[in-house]
Each structure stands twice: as C-alpha cells, then as structure tokens.
Design a protein around this ligand. Structure first.
Ligand SMILES: Cc1ncc(COP(=O)(O)O)c(C=O)c1O
Length: 416
C-alpha cells in the first residue's frame, strides 16, 4: 500500500486535521483514514479546469507530492464508492476497447506487430495484442515458444528456430494448427508488416483456448501467436555470473523450449539481486549446464573451445552456429583464430570450467557476452579473452551478412 501525506488547502466541510495520510488503494482513488471514504485523485495538469468548474462547492485536498491532487466532491459524497469493490466498474464492450486503447497508448511498448491465430490476423495496435485467458498456455503453461532475430531487414536462422519450435511442440503434445510452411509464411508476413529492420520475432504454439481444465482435450485447436518487438539495448561490457541455487529443470523439460520459464526467471532474478548477469546451472554431479536464457562456453589455457553437451540443456541455435564458425576456422574454411587450437563438446565439471582462460555466454539476443568472473573466481586474467572476442566478431558478422542461406529477406515492399 502506498501512503501519501497531504496538506489541506480547503477542508471546511470535512473538518480534517491539518496533516493526514491517505492510502492510495486503487487507480484513481485514495482512502481517507478514520473514514470509510474513497476520494478520487487527479493529476495536477487537470487542476486548473477542475478548480474553476467545481471548487466553489467542493473541498480540495492538495497532496504534498507535486504531481497529484485529491478532491473531495462534497455534494456527491453520499454517492461515492465506499469500498474497493464498489469502485470497480462493470465495463461495456466499448469501455473495454477505450480502456485497452488508453492503456496501450500510456505504456508506449515497442511492439510492432502481432499475429494471432485466434483472430486469424495481424494486429499493429499494441493495445489489442492480447491472448485469451482460457488459452491453456496462460493458465496451465501448456505452450512452447521460440525466437528469431531480425537483423538488417532479414530473419536470421529462421529455419533452425522453427525446427526447434516444432520439436518442442511435439514433446509437449501440441498439434500445430498449420503446416511448417504456413507457420513460416505467417512469421515472414508478420515481420514484414512490423516494418522492423532490426528486432526480435517471438512466437508461441499453444494447446489453445477452450476452458480451464487441465487436459487440452477441451481445446478445439492449438493456437499460434507471434510478436515482433524492438531489441533491448544490451551492454557490451564483460560480465560476472553466479552459480544458481534455483533447482535445475530435468533434461526432458530443459531440452524443450516450453513457456514454463519460472526456474529461469528466478535464476535470473537471483543473479540480478547479486549484481550478476546470469545464474549458471550446475547439475548434481557438478557438471556445467547453461544459463537461464543462454548457453555457455569456455576456452582452456591450451586453446580448446569447450561446450557442454546438449542432452540436459537447450540446444542453442547460436551456440551451434558459433561451434561451426570455430570448426570452419580450424579446418581452413575461414581465416584462423589466434589461440584457438581445438573444439570439444563434452561434459565439463564446474571446477574445471572455473579454471578456464575464457568464458562466454551465448544466445540469440546477445549473441556473445564475455564473462570475467564466476562466483568469487576470476576467469583468466579478468579481461575478455581473445578467442571470445574473435568468435563474437565473426558471429556478429555472420548475423549481419545478408546473403547466406541462413538469412530470409523480409518482403516489406509486398505488405507496405
Ligand atoms: C535456457 C536457454 N538456453 C539457451 C538458450 C540460447 O538459445 P538460442 O541461441 O537458440 O537463442 C536459450 C534461449 O532462449 C534458453 O532459453
């Protein structure tokens, strides 16, 4: 509950003390203590007109906070809601639309377009980018998702991400409402309508709307949603990570990209609370797993790039591309990377990993972030390592290049 102190400008009718506290209980209303009354709060920009029109017959309380004022409309006091429940209106459809629009405008979210199979269309007004409450993805977590980057007007690695979405859907017993090609076409069109040249395309396959039971048998058809939004500014600074104390997902759930990301969200919050970039999961045998939304890799003192096997973690598309870039360099298909001598994918004990010369986090939105400290252990010399920086540059170059088979040109002109 949020308390605001007030000073009274005019309280003749109420006989309120000179200083009281109001608790703001719900948007637009505050409760006057020692009374059972809720009073409407208004912003200071509305004060002038309000004062001119209504002040003579009303009592006004001015908040010490510069931006808020509370008015007591004395003549209508009897009609004022007296409980929180009474202050909650029952809305008409028009009112819902108007409130959604108001909320959408106020939030100013950088969401450019949304596809919804429920509406069978693409929405560009952020106010209406919504999912039904009875969708089993919402109330049972019965959904899977994936993400692809939009870079320089192209979708990067769309097919790899779409394949993983369909693998996850099959594990989650979700029968997609469209063929792979149709899903792909929807994603490309949503990206085009969004007009975003850089951003993220996120998409979900869900058991679908149908009711509030546990079994998805009540859902007539699975649903598909996709959203294009702007990229968040990521820091390019090297980071520190911690060992996560949040229990790790079992392999079945870790290898599926389902919407059950509570462990991941908690692992990230725990890290953020300690000023770290991510929490790293280490399994019961002491082997390194992954971060909450990234894979991890290490470079040993002898120049070996090490990555954990994917049997117990999510098979990251970015990590796989990074491995193939590193292998190409070793095999002479790309210029060599100084200090890189070998590539291995194998179980890595956390003890061994902490002694590595270099450590990096890898994922779609990053794509590579150097790690210089894990718990209290400095990694290498405490600076981003040369192999990490070389791989980061090569991967960024690969993402930006727009002519490879990993890039799908977005046909903005077709949907302009
Ligand atoms: C748990 C987890 N591991 C790894 C990754 C990295 O995968 P990708 O490189 O495909 O983005 C992600 C991405 O979201 C993730 O959620």
């Amino acid at each position: 509950m949020f308390f605001v102190r007030i000073c009274i400008e005019l309280t003749s009718l109420l006989q309120l003390p000179a200083e009281i506290a109001l608790s703001v209980e719900t948007r637009g209303y505050a409760r006057v203590p020692a009374t059972n009354y809720l009073v409407p709060c208004m912003n200071s920009d509305k004060l002038t007109s309000y004062r001119e029109r209504r002040c003579p017959s009303h009592c006004m309380l001015a908040l010490q906070s510069e931006s808020a004022f509370v008015f007591w409309p004395s003549r209508t006091a009897a009609a004022m809601p007296t409980t929180l429940q009474e202050s909650i209106p029952v809305l008409s459809s028009d009112e819902v639309i108007s409130r959604l629009r108001k909320n959408g405008n106020a939030l100013n979210k950088p969401f450019r377009a949304m596809y919804s199979s429920v509406l069978n269309g693409i929405i560009t007004d952020v106010s209406f980018m919504l999912v039904p409450i009875d969708d089993h993805m919402v109330h049972r977590g019965h959904g899977v998702f994936d993400t692809a980057i939009i870079s320089n007007g192209h979708l990067y690695e769309l097919d790899a991400h779409l394949d993983r979405l369909l693998r996850s859907a099959s594990m989650a017993k979700i029968n997609p409402p469209f063929s792979r090609q149709e899903l792909r076409d929807i994603l490309v069109k949503t990206a085009a309508v969004s007009k975003a040249k850089d951003g993220l395309l996120r998409y979900w396959l869900s058991a679908g709307p149908g009711g509030f039971n546990l079994s998805s048998h009540e859902c007539p058809t699975a649903s598909f949603y996709a959203v294009v939004h702007d990229l968040m500014e990521e820091s390019t600074e090297p980071v520190k990570v911690i060992t996560s104390s949040v229990p790790m997902k079992s392999p079945f759930f870790a290898t599926m990209k389902s919407v059950n990301y509570l462990p991941n969200a908690l692992a990230l919050l725990e890290a953020e609370e300690q000023g770290a970039f991510a929490g790293i999961w280490v399994d019961e045998q002491g082997f390194v797993a992954e971060g909450p939304n990234t894979n991890v890799a290490f470079v040993t003192a002898s120049g070996e790039l090490l990555m954990p096997e994917v049997g117990k973690i999510l098979a990251g598309c970015t990590a796989r591309r990074l491995l193939s870039i590193a292998e190409d360099s070793l095999n002479g298909l790309r210029p060599p990377i100084d200090n890189l001598k070998a590539v291995s994918v194998r179980p890595i004990l956390a003890e061994e990993a902490k002694r590595a010369s270099e450590m990096m986090m890898i994922g779609s939105g990053l794509p590579v972030v150097p790690v210089i400290q894990w718990d209290t252990q400095q990694i290498g010399n405490g600076q981003p390592g040369p192999v990490t920086l070389a791989l980061k540059a090569l991967l960024e170059e690969h993402i930006l290049a727009d002519s490879s088979s990993h890039h799908e040109r977005i046909p903005y002109d077709v949907y302009a």
